[in-house]
Design a protein. Structure first.
Length: 401
């Protein structure tokens, strides 16, 4: 019986050795696997955004803080608008008759003109059906002058030979003078075709109102027909802004509430009051209707055709009194506290301890005058830096000392 026992023991040892080999291979393969990337000494963003300064530096930078508060912010809608000239304050000047323009070389788009200022001199031209008659009349007058001059020469020769009379010579001279006058008149009429005038015949084209030249349609010296557009003028002391508003917001719109108009180039906003437009246009495909507001524009800051952003205040939508502005609680901070990094990120500095300021990322919902509505990133009651925020930003990134 010893032989079978040894046989089974040998098989057991061999099986155990094989399993150990497989296990060792698995460990070896697992240990050789490496990650394609490795981050050493990872640091959280919040650990990089705390600036600690001395009391002297804090005083030198002029740092001031205000507490973030929760305000009832009016419900507004930011929409696009288009500046338009006030109806009746934009005119298109056309040529009253056919003619040639003179003196309009100085009329350019964007030029300011005053009421009664002469823009062009229009030299009238005859109607096309009369041009042939003018040419024929000029040729006939020239022929009559040639005949009269020939008769005068003949009369003078006869008088020299004592075969004619002084009266015949004088009559021939009178005929020549009349023929010369007739030819001069015919040439003057025909010269009008080229824009020349004999004086007093040009028609002045004057500006009917004071404003700005919006468009120049013709060049100086052009031949124009009747009713040809010459120039477009617009009075810009007041302008309208057309606001296409979603029809679902029309019932929430306070008809007496002014709106804020902001230039797209970041200029100062301006208030605009609602006006009763003759008709309200709209676009069926976009479910919008046009409402109009008037802006005082004595400095001509806005021009017709300019695109602007408009903040429209809405009223309560459910059960409230129409005209009462709807409001919701929201966090607000002064606009001076908001900073932007190179990639457009929005940040503020919050005082977390004496002489210690932490930069925190925020998300701006909208701007209301000199206040900014924050949707997330800070909490109410935190002390946010207003004066000196830009200096802290420069100090953190090496631009300040």
């Amino acid at each position: 019986m010893p032989v079978p026992t040894l046989f089974f023991a040998s098989r057991y040892v061999a099986l155990a050795g094989l399993l150990g080999l497989f296990t060792a291979c698995g460990k070896a393969e697992k240990s050789t696997h490496k990650s394609p990337s490795e981050v050493k000494n990872p640091v959280k963003e919040s650990d990089l955004t705390t600036v600690t300064i001395t009391p002297q530096a804090e005083k030198r930078l002029g740092i001031k803080t205000v507490a973030i508060k929760t305000d009832n912010v009016r419900a507004t809608r930011e929409v696009g608008g288009e500046i338009q000239a006030v109806p009746g304050q934009a005119v298109t000047i056309v040529a009253p008759v056919q003619g040639t323009l003179r003196g309009g070389a100085s009329v350019t788009a964007g030029q300011r003109v005053r009421q009664g200022q002469t823009l062009y001199q229009l030299v009238p031209l005859p109607a096309e059906r009369d041009l042939l008659t003018l040419n024929q009349g000029t040729a006939q007058s020239r022929t009559q002058l040639d005949v009269a001059q020939a008769r005068l020469r003949r009369a003078e020769e006869l008088l020299a030979d004592r075969a004619g009379s002084v009266r015949a010579r004088d009559d021939a001279r009178a005929d020549v003078a009349l023929a010369q006058r007739a030819l001069a008149d015919a040439r003057a009429r025909q010269g009008a075709i080229n824009g020349h005038t004999g004086g007093g015949q040009a028609l002045p084209i004057k500006a009917p109102l004071s404003g700005v030249v919006q468009r120049v349609a013709v060049a100086d010296g052009s031949l124009v027909t009747a009713n040809t557009v010459l120039v477009e003028l617009a009075a810009l002391n007041k302008v309208w802004v057309r606001v296409p508003l979603f029809v679902g917001d029309l019932r929430r719109l306070n008809a007496n509430q002014p709106v804020t108009v902001r230039p797209l180039n970041g200029g100062a906003p301006r208030q605009a009051r609602p006006v009763e437009a003759p008709t309200l246009g709209g676009t069926a495909g976009t479910a919008t209707a046009d409402v109009f507001y008037e802006i005082e524009n004595a400095d001509q800051r806005f021009r017709p055709g300019e695109r602007v952003a408009v903040d429209v205040t809405l009223s309560n939508a459910s059960g409230g009194t129409v005209g009462a502005a709807a409001s919701t609680p929201a966090l607000t901070i002064p606009a001076a506290a908001l900073l932007y990094d190179a990639s457009g990120g929005q940040w503020v500095y919050v005082r977390t301890a004496p002489q210690q300021y932490t930069r925190q990322r925020v998300e701006v919902q909208r701007t209301l005058g000199d206040q900014v509505v924050i949707s997330r990133g800070v909490k109410a009651g935190a002390a946010v830096v207003t004066d000196g925020a830009a200096e802290l930003f420069g100090t953190e990134f090496g631009g300040g000392h």
